[in-house]
Ligand binder design. Structure first.
Ligand SMILES: *Cc1c(COP(=O)(O)O)cnc(C)c1O
Length: 434
């Protein structure tokens, strides 16, 4: 390498940007005031695992928890919103509420955060991975249909990176085969599918309020449903259901073994304020993503995020694909070069989940292969490499993402991103020689 003539930062040239990328700090004076109000009142949680709890304690939680749930349900136009302490807990509760258990199969994407599939194992059922779509990275309905068997009880849909999944096709499969649908909207608060909010189309919607999500309170989650029975079951699982079921004479106790998934009052009070800001935060993301797409789509070899007709993509991640044949460099080399320029991109996103040790070695609970070798299942399960070729190829070779398309970043920050791409494409020969 002739470093004398180096332009690219990866070769010792001057980077495009040295300024750090600001952290997504969504907490403002409204959240602080809301939290202080709770702290001053001194009641940090008013949940009790008791149907006959005495005021101010309640099986349904304290005033801020209940107010958040009311506001969330109104915002989404659903009958019930149920708060929990994370979206992971929400996914577990949703799987439990649907009555899923040993011997059942649940179809899930391999290209997602691990909890989207773990919720199935928690109830001793078997996650079955279907492949993803080439352009949206969401579950492909054609692949889902191929994986459906007489054991399939549910599909966990993830609206990955903020782009809605193909819900019309998925809901028609669900109807045809009598399968429940959980929507994991942890990355997609406010994403719209044909005039409907994601999280209101399937049987249960799951939202995250984790510190990294579009709106956040540190840790937290919310479930949505229009089904009264499911809402009650979610509340029971959240809060020591085995006790309360007896008190209520509730007899459908399959999976009602309870947890403590309860949200605290401080988080609930802050979440009420965060919800008011969701629209604003999404508008920022859509604006910044729009700018990037305009600038980056001109580069041959970069595929900017696809947006399906009738959908609003909320760009939790700005997810792109890289074509190494067209550019003559590998994706990983390209990403390293961009990072060296001060443009922090990441490659791959999620290793297809079935390639994790958990699935490869099938060690779940207790070291005897449970639940993969469950007596109620007794079926070959395939988690072989090659199971979901599109997800594997996109992870191995093509996908790369950028996550600073969010407040407080501005169009000026996006100009740096565009300059970084521009510089690398103008000196692509330098990279090819590396
Ligand atoms: C973040 C995330 C979760 C988990 O959310 P927590 O609130 O952190 O438990 C689940 N699914 C997806 C797709 C996520 O991105």
């Amino acid at each position: 390498m002739n470093l004398k003539n180096a332009n690219l930062a990866i070769n010792g040239g001057k980077p495009i940007r040295k300024k750090p990328w600001p952290v997504h700090e969504t907490i403002g004076k409204e959240e602080i005031a809301a939290a202080v109000k709770v702290l001053e009142g001194g009641r940090l949680s008013l949940f009790e695992g008791n149907y006959f709890a005495e005021e101010p304690f309640s099986f349904y939680g304290g005033p801020f928890v209940q107010k958040l749930e009311k506001k969330w349900a109104q915002y989404y136009g659903v009958k019930h919103a149920i708060s929990v302490n994370s979206a992971t807990s929400a996914l577990y509760a949703a799987t439990g509420a649907l009555g899923i258990g040993p011997g059942d199969e649940v179809i899930v994407s391999p290209f997602t955060m691990s909890a989207s599939a773990i919720c199935v194992l928690i109830y001793n059922a078997i996650p079955i991975f279907a492949d993803i779509e080439e352009d949206t990275f969401n579950l492909d309905p054609k692949s889902i249909e191929k994986r459906i068997t007489e054991r399939t009880k549910a599909i966990v849909i993830i609206h990955i990176m903020g782009h809605p999944a193909d819900m019309d096709s998925i809901m028609s499969l669900a109807k045809k085969y009598n399968i429940a649908v959980i929507e994991d909207c942890a990355q997609a608060h406010g994403a719209i599918y044909k005039n409907k909010d994601v999280g209101t189309i399937g049987d249960i919607g799951v939202f995250s309020l984790n510190v990294n999500k579009t709106i956040q309170v540190g840790e937290g989650g919310v479930l949505t449903t229009n089904n009264d029975e499911l809402a009650l079951r979610l509340q029971l699982i959240r809060n020591h259901g085995e006790v309360v079921a007896d008190q209520m004479n509730y007899e459908n106790i399959n999976n009602i073994i309870g947890y403590n998934y309860r949200m605290c009052e401080v988080e609930a009070a802050m979440a009420i304020e965060q919800l008011k800001k969701l629209k604003h935060y999404n508008e920022v993301r859509v604006e910044l993503a729009g700018y990037l797409t305009e600038k980056l789509s001109q580069f041959d070899g970069i595929v900017t995020p696809f947006v399906s007709k009738g959908c609003t993509h909320v760009h939790y991640v700005y997810g792109m694909k890289f074509d190494s044949k067209k550019t003559g460099v590998s994706r990983d080399m390209f990403c390293q070069a961009l990072c060296a320029e001060g443009i922090p991109v990441f490659q791959g996103y999620s290793k297809p989940l079935y390639l994790q040790q958990l699935y490869q070695k099938r060690v779940g609970y207790g070291g005897r292969g449970c639940p993969f070798n469950c007596q109620h299942y007794k079926k070959e399960i395939s988690y072989k490499k090659g199971l979901c070729p599109t997800a594997e190829r996109i992870y191995d070779e093509e996908f790369f993402g950028f996550e600073y398309i969010k407040a407080p970043n501005t169009l000026e920050d996006m100009q740096d991103v565009a300059r970084g791409f521009n510089k690398i494409f103008s000196h692509i020969e330098e990279l090819r020689r590396l």
